[in-house]
Design a protein. Structure first.
Length: 473
């Protein structure tokens, strides 16, 4: 019974398994169907998504096409404007080229004028040289050539305005002025030692604290021409040991010391120069002062109203100066002598006029073999011509001839001091004041005295013309 029950139970269980597998197969079939449906649904969803996306794309494409059409319209309008602008631009270009052509023509004209200007500049530089402007001062010239003053120049305090430091330089002022203003500066133009071939011309230098122009030692071939030197605190021009210097048409006035000061120089020519109002109270102020010089020629110059003598030639080293020629010069109203020459040999004073000087008209001290001829000396407070002693010797062997002596001091128109002589005194004419009894006085040696004529300004005829070995006539 038990086994029958078990078999029965197994049969039921088999039936249950069969039903279960049947149910599972049905479930599986339904699951497959569901999966197929799900796949179909997914496919439709994908298709739907794609359809939706394409719809948006087509919508965007429609909008883009609309925008493209708008852009095309704007491009058409822009192209139209560009065409219009191109027309205007072409017109402007045509006008621009016309203007450019005109500018080019003017440029050619300007270039031509510039070439002319350059040519004129070359001509100016050939004529005048390199310009000197006020901003260039103080200037040291170290390149040879021609220079010219391009504007009025003012000197700063305590500085030399222009220094020449090389040979062969010319400076043309072209009528302009170098002005020291306060006289606190140094030298106007300094020529350094050993420099040769320098010319300074055609202008004015004034109010310098030192000399307006200084020529240093061992310089050669110096020319100073057509210059005015005014109101310096020392000498107007200083030449200190040069060989070959020419001063032509130079006017030196109102300097505190000598107008022209020349020392230890040779072959110096001074012609057609004027020296007036030089020197101040208590300071020597000759018109022209030369010491220790040889071979000097002073021609057709004027010295007037100077504090000391008009023209002085001397030595300070107990040497003998020689070969001086003073020709056709005028010395008047100077506070000392008209022409004063000391310790000189072999020199000439000829054709000069010396008048109204406070001392002697023409004065020779310690001179040997000097010719004094054809001069006029008148109205001087002391003698017309005086022959006196120098540093170490007396005046002798001089030729005093054909001079006109008018109304000089009562001591005599010609005076030879004691111990001087013998000298030749020939053919002179003297017009004396009434009290002048001696035409030639104090003759110690026997002189060669020719026919000298004398006349009294008023009163009686002079009682003694000359004295030869104690004879009076």
């Amino acid at each position: 019974v038990g086994l029958i029950d078990l078999d029965s139970k197994l049969d039921e269980l088999a039936i249950d398994f069969t039903e279960t597998w049947t149910i599972l197969a049905a479930i599986e079939t339904k699951a497959c169907a569901i999966e197929s449906l799900s796949e179909a649904i997914d496919s439709k969803v994908v298709a739907l998504d794609i359809a939706l996306d394409l719809s948006g794309v087509f919508t965007s494409l429609d909008q883009l096409e609309i925008k493209i059409c708008t852009i095309d319209s704007k491009m058409d309008a822009l192209n139209s404007k560009l065409e219009t602008a191109q027309g205007f631009f072409q017109s402007d270009i045509d006008g621009t080229f016309t203007v450019i052509d005109a500018i080019q023509m003017k440029a050619c004209t300007i270039v031509t004028k510039l070439e002319i200007v350059d040519s004129n500049v070359d001509i100016i530089q050939d004529c005048f040289g390199i310009p000197i402007y006020n901003d260039d001062l103080p200037l040291t010239i170290s390149t040879a050539g021609k220079y010219y003053v391009a504007e009025q120049l003012s000197i700063g305090s305590n500085e030399n305005a222009i220094t020449v430091a090389i040979d062969n330089v010319s400076i043309d002022f072209v009528g302009r002025t170098l002005d020291g203003a306060t006289k606190t500066n140094d030298i106007g133009i300094l020529i350094n030692s050993g420099i040769n071939g320098v010319s300074i011309m055609n202008g004015t230098i004034r109010n310098t604290g030192e000399a307006a122009i200084q020529v240093s030692s061992t310089c050669e071939n110096i020319l100073i021409s057509n210059m005015s030197i005014i109101d310096t605190s020392t000498h107007g021009i200083e030449i200190l040991g040069a060989t070959g210097a020419l001063l032509d048409d130079v006017r030196i006035t109102d300097c505190d010391r000598d107008g022209l000061y020349v020392a230890a120089s040779n072959d110096v020519v001074v012609q057609e120069c004027i020296f007036n109002d030089n020197g101040d109270s208590g300071t020597p102020g000759h018109g022209l002062y030369m010491q220790d010089c040889t071979r000097v020629c002073v021609i057709d110059c004027i010295a007037n109203n100077n504090v000391d003598s008009g023209f002085t030639f001397t030595t300070v080293n107990n040497a003998i100066i020689d070969q001086h020629q003073i020709l056709e010069c005028k010395a008047f109203q100077n506070a000392q002598n008209g022409i004063f020459i000391i310790d000189a040999d072999d020199s000439v004073i000829q054709g000069c006029i010396c008048r109204e000087n406070t001392q002697v008209g023409i004065r020779l001290h310690g001179c040997l073999n000097i010719e004094v001829s054809d001069n006029i000396s008148g109205g001087n407070t002391a003698e017309g011509i005086l022959l006196g002693s120098g540093t170490s010797r007396d005046t002798s062997d001089c030729y005093i001839a054909d001079n006109t002596l008018i109304l000089n001091a009562t001591t005599g128109n010609i005076l030879e001091e004691t111990s001087n002589g013998p000298n030749s005194i020939l053919g002179n004419f003297g017009l004396a004041v009434a009290s002048a009894t001696d035409f030639i006085t104090d003759l110690t040696f026997v002189n060669e005295i020719g026919i000298n004529q004398a006349a009294a300004f008023v009163g009686s005829f002079p009682t003694r013309w000359h004295n030869v070995a104690g004879q009076t006539s």
